[in-house]
Design a binder for this molecule. Structure first.
Ligand SMILES: [Zn+2]
Length: 420
């Protein structure tokens, strides 16, 4: 089996090398999150001495990961300072969103500048492991061909609707794709390697984890909430737990699975085999079907082929005060509130973020949802939890995949890059 960098990127024994790596990563994260910053501010923000900083910044500059900008001359401020900014132009990453009928790709520099994006139609829905990977492999190769010759690919991150054992990158189960026990990280690693890209870190994640990462890191603004819960999705309710700006995986990649919290013991059957999961109560297809805006077959088709159009139907009916849709959304808001009440109690997050179709429906779900949370938020320990609803439009999974791939490089700059 080919060596997979991610398999060895886990915990190492503490030592001077670890300390240096940790300090380099701290500096990179600081300029990533705060933008161009003075050496003084970085040193203070990272708890480093100025002389240590000078050496570390030189290392990062030598690898093209940070750059010194032109000096800012402030009147009467003495010696001009040259801000340090994230660079990463020399290195690039590829984010991949595996959706049901299409594969989406986003290639950016490690600094975050978009190099190209693309969409390849592919019927991944129910494809099974072998046929599914053949579609993915062909599309991936077509996009790897587009990586600019003057940039070095350092990381590929995939997101898909299913559970992924993060540390080994195996898709343990995706109901929508019909994939189980699929060693996707290894398969992609081999494909990337065969295409002539060596030593690329490959990672695979649940799409909701990547959406949550993007929502919390890129859409909430600074300061980052230390503990945030995300719930959203384009068709059903997936969730993520984001701790200190990174996805908390749990023991085997299942953390944050808010969509399968049990809300109604005798509720409708869920794809997971249980009854009354939050996801089964509030999934887009069920809402559309119960709203009787289209036939059940049309609802099922539309949610797969064009979830945005399905959401728009519900939103239009709700905005027009439809007497069937409004109580339905109120009921969904209540189910969401029951689940989030438990989540807030169990995790005491600083922020709960509603994204995807749930964020878009918040004006109609919100009153019942907040009513369910009122007793919980009346307790001092939970009073500080805020609830934020985001617009449905952001391409969170794809952008989150590129973001996670960039993090892979920033978290381990010595392994992922070399001096230029
Ligand atoms: Zn379930």
């Amino acid at each position: 089996m080919a060596h997979s960098p991610l398999l060895t990127a886990g915990r190492r024994s503490g030592g001077a090398g670890d300390l240096r790596r940790g300090n380099l990563t701290q500096i990179l994260r600081y300029v990533r999150d705060h933008g161009p910053s003075s050496r003084h501010d970085i040193a203070e923000g990272c708890g480093l001495g100025i002389s240590t900083m000078t050496d570390l910044v030189a290392e990062l500059r030598g690898r093209g990961l940070v750059q010194e900008l032109d000096a800012l001359r402030r009147p009467g401020a003495g010696r001009p300072t040259r801000p340090i900014a994230l660079d990463g132009e020399r290195w690039c990453v590829l984010g991949v969103e595996v959706d049901l009928l299409v594969l989406r790709f986003l290639c950016t520099t490690v600094g975050g500048r978009e190099l190209f994006s693309g969409e390849v139609p592919a019927r991944l829905l129910g494809s099974g492991v072998e046929a599914g990977y053949e579609l993915l492999r062909a599309a991936l190769c077509s996009q790897l061909d587009r990586v600019p010759a003057d940039s070095t690919l350092v990381a590929v991150q995939l997101g898909l609707p299913g559970y992924v054992a993060g540390h080994r990158g195996t898709v343990s189960w995706s109901n929508a794709l019909g994939w189980s026990e699929m060693p996707l990280q290894q398969l992609v690693h081999d494909t990337v390697d065969d295409a002539g890209f060596t030593d690329v870190a490959v990672a695979v994640a649940h799409d909701a984890h990547l959406a949550g990462l993007h929502a919390v890191r890129q859409e909430l603004g600074l300061p980052l909430p230390p503990v945030a819960v995300y719930i959203g999705g384009t068709r059903d309710a997936g969730g993520a737990l984001i701790v200190d700006g990174a996805v908390f995986q749990g023991a085997d990649g299942g953390a944050g699975d808010v969509g399968h919290l049990n809300v109604e013991r005798d509720g409708p059957e869920c794809a997971c085999g249980r009854r009354g999961c939050l996801g089964s109560l509030v999934e887009l297809e069920r809402l559309l079907e119960r709203a009787a805006l289209v036939s059940p077959a049309e609802a099922a088709d539309l949610v797969v082929s064009d979830p945005c159009a399905a959401l728009a139907l519900l939103l239009e009916a709700a905005a027009a005060g439809d007497a069937r849709v409004l109580p339905l959304l109120n009921e969904a808001g209540r189910a969401l509130g029951i689940a989030l009440d438990d989540v807030i109690g169990a995790l005491n997050p600083h922020v709960v973020v509603l994204g995807g179709y749930l964020g878009a429906l918040d004006p109609y779900l919100g009153a019942a949802l907040r009513a369910e949370l009122t007793p919980r938020l009346a307790v001092d320990a939970f009073a500080g939890t805020t609830l934020v609803a985001l617009d449905a439009a952001a391409p969170r999974v794809l952008a989150g995949a590129a973001l996670a791939a960039r993090d892979t490089c920033l978290d381990d700059p010595l392994s992922r890059t070399h001096p230029l």
